[in-house]
Design a protein around this ligand. Structure first.
Ligand code: FES
Length: 197
């Protein structure tokens, strides 16, 4: 049977229509794929810096917050506590913070930006449990003569009130100090150092 002009026109129309539908199908399939490349708001929030109001922390108290799905502790240390830290040095594995467990600004005897406030990631450097804050003499049951510290019940690691690890425990390193800075006297920003982009 010979092709009539009508049949040829109809064939051209059907070919064109199929191409368009095919094109729409490709675009339709591409949208959800590209969308899955964009980080969700939840994922962005999980990596975001956080602001913390420290004005209500009483001397000796510890405030727990969450940053990047990790516990972060802010402890307001008393003058007595600060004065007692130097006595621990001989019992510690890395008393001078030589290991890279803190930003440069916290490589000092208090491991902090301001002496009074200690900021730590509350995760044991052995296998990742969260240690307990033992205060007002409770820590002395684990280390004679040291009244305050952090004790990890999982395998018995111990840290002082600067987050420095004691010798003779399974944790190899001091607790991590996260990047942070003071926005003002009462507000900490955790996640970045001052002036960082
Ligand atoms: S996880 Fe803390 S001592 Fe093992």
């Amino acid at each position: 049977m010979s092709n009539t002009p009508v049949n040829n026109d109809r064939r051209r129309f059907l070919t064109a229509a199929t191409s368009v539908v095919g094109g729409v199908g490709v675009v339709g399939a591409a949208v959800p794929f590209i969308a899955s490349w964009n980080p969700s708001a939840k994922a962005k929030a999980a990596g975001a810096d956080i602001e913390v109001d420290i004005s209500k922390i009483n001397p000796g108290q510890l405030l727990r917050v969450e940053w990047r799905s990790k516990p972060v502790w802010i402890v307001r240390r008393t003058p007595e506590l600060l004065a007692s830290l130097a006595k621990n040095d001989d019992m510690l594995r890395d008393p001078n913070s030589e290991e890279d467990q803190q930003p440069e600004f916290a490589r000092n005897e208090y491991r902090s930006l301001k002496e009074e406030y200690l900021v730590l990631v509350g995760i044991c450097t052995h296998l990742g449990c969260s240690p307990q804050h033992l205060k007002d003499g409770a820590f002395a049951a684990h280390t004679e003569g040291v009244n305050d510290g952090f004790f990890c019940p999982c395998h018995g690691s111990k840290f002082d009130m600067a987050g420095r690890v004691f010798q003779g425990v399974p944790a190899p390193l001091n607790l991590v100090v996260p990047p942070y800075y003071y926005i003002d006297d009462n507000t900490l920003l955790i996640g970045s150092e001052e002036g960082a982009a």
